[in-house]
Ligand binder design. Structure first.
Ligand SMILES: *Cc1c(COP(=O)(O)O)cnc(C)c1O
Length: 408
């Protein structure tokens, strides 16, 4: 998507970008400092509504909170999704603080500490087992606490998915138990002490190709059909992963959600419901739910020309927004959508390079970006900041203060 489309999604007010129905300069005055992240509640709700309206009714929606663990966002979403997926002890506490039922929280990720596992088992959270040793730790925690732990096996599939921005399944992986090792794991003595309700397969993230996602889901069901016989009881939990991507640059085409939904409905009607009548089918999403609801707002500190190139130096940068600088796993750096927030309604009139305030050439927010005229004190807005923004950035680098985050 280009900046025009992003600005249109948020709306404008008196020529300025509007966030949560408020003109940006008014919002900035309320926040009282720059840089800051602002997340728009209405856009968040629209996203969940779109998923609910498009995906099959039977699908349970899980929010993978590592995409944005801001407590206000997690609280807001907890009342709108069916489940929350967490990846650390702190995320676990944030999820439980929302009042969500503990058995609606899943805990995934390699390298959970024995103490985190104990907390999860004590709370009655579903632990996604990533190795035989982890299963043993879950069983031990259950024995010590006098509880039968809830769990699912995260399976590293015997296929991989093309088109993912980040591949997290297939071949050798630190994630999950290799599919061919699952039968033996399920026969182990540790498995007998744990309520293993089903399986989780997460093949990759940031995929914009609906046909590939649908194919991965089909192959996941094929795989689960071969593994489910090893469970002590019926299959009750079938987490098909997610990986739904969002467009970051004007070359990216948005994901066609209807294609994914049609494939899922076919799978549910033809395969999952007949074979696994007790299974809850879960789709787990982070980026797709929160990514487009947020902006990162910085202020221009300096405008200078170096040998013909115009630089806008802003008070934020890669310490808050590693991904926009191109340093969070991108093979080729491309600009995120950018705009002068206080002149959002105007057309671009000049080509400038927007850099952050860190002492490294990596701190680049916009390379030859087409923007409206901007000078010192104008606000520069970076879009697609709802997911993997602050939470995935080296916030202590150079020791600047943490930015504010607001949900409006
Ligand atoms: C990171 C992660 C997600 C969320 O991925 P998004 O690309 O943000 O949707 C979901 N499930 C698991 C297991 C993850 O590790």
């Amino acid at each position: 998507m280009n900046p025009r489309e992003h600005i249109a999604a948020f709306g404008t007010s008196a020529g300025e970008l509007s966030v949560g129905g408020m003109p940006l300069s008014r919002l900035a005055a309320r926040v009282g400092e720059t840089p800051f992240f602002a997340y728009d509640r209405r856009l968040l709700d629209e996203r969940v509504d779109l998923l609910r309206a498009t995906l099959p009714r039977e699908v349970e929606l899980s929010y993978a909170m590592k995409a944005n663990p801001m407590p206000a966002i997690v609280q807001h979403l907890a009342r709108r999704v069916d489940r929350i997926d967490v990846a650390s002890g702190l995320e676990l506490r944030t999820a439980l603080d929302t009042g969500i039922r503990p058995d609606r929280v899943s805990f995934a990720g390699p390298g959970k500490t024995p103490s985190e596992i104990r907390q999860a088992v004590a709370a009655g959270v579903l632990v996604e087992i990533e190795s035989a040793r982890e299963l043993a730790r879950v069983a031990t925690a259950g024995r010590d606490l006098g509880l039968v732990p809830l769990a699912a096996v995260r399976v590293n599939p015997d296929f991989s998915v093309r088109g993912s921005g980040m591949r997290m399944g297939g071949g050798p992986q630190q994630f999950g138990v290799d599919a061919e090792q699952v039968p033996e794991l399920l026969r182990s003595a540790d498995a007998a002490e744990v309520d293993i309700r089903g399986f989780h397969v997460f093949a990759g993230a940031q995929n914009l190709d609906a046909a590939i996602i649908a194919e991965a889901q089909r192959r996941t069901v094929d795989l689960i059909e071969t593994l489910a016989g090893g469970l002590a009881g019926p299959l009750r939990y079938l987490n098909l992963g997610g990986g739904f991507g969002i467009p970051y640059t004007d070359r990216d085409r948005p994901l066609d959600l209807t294609v994914v939904a049609t494939g899922l409905q076919t799978l549910i009607d033809g395969r999952i419901r007949p074979t696994f009548p007790d299974a809850e089918t879960v789709i787990e999403l982070g980026r797709f739910i929160v990514g487009e609801c947020g902006v990162y707002v910085t202020k221009v500190l300096d405008r200078k020309v170096s040998r013909g190139r115009t630089y806008l130096v802003v008070d934020g940068g890669m310490h808050h927004q590693l991904a926009a600088s191109g340093n969070f796993g991108q093979a080729i750096r491309r600009n995120y959508a950018l705009a002068v927030g206080t002149a959002a309604a105007g057309p671009p009139v000049e080509t400038v390079t927007v850099v952050g305030c860190l002492c490294t050439p990596l701190d680049l927010l916009g390379d030859d970006a087409e923007l409206a005229a901007a000078d010192v004190d104008d606000l520069i807005v970076v879009f697609q900041q709802g997911a993997y923004g602050l939470t995935a950035s080296p916030i202590n680098f150079l020791g600047h203060p943490a930015p504010a985050e607001v949900l409006v």
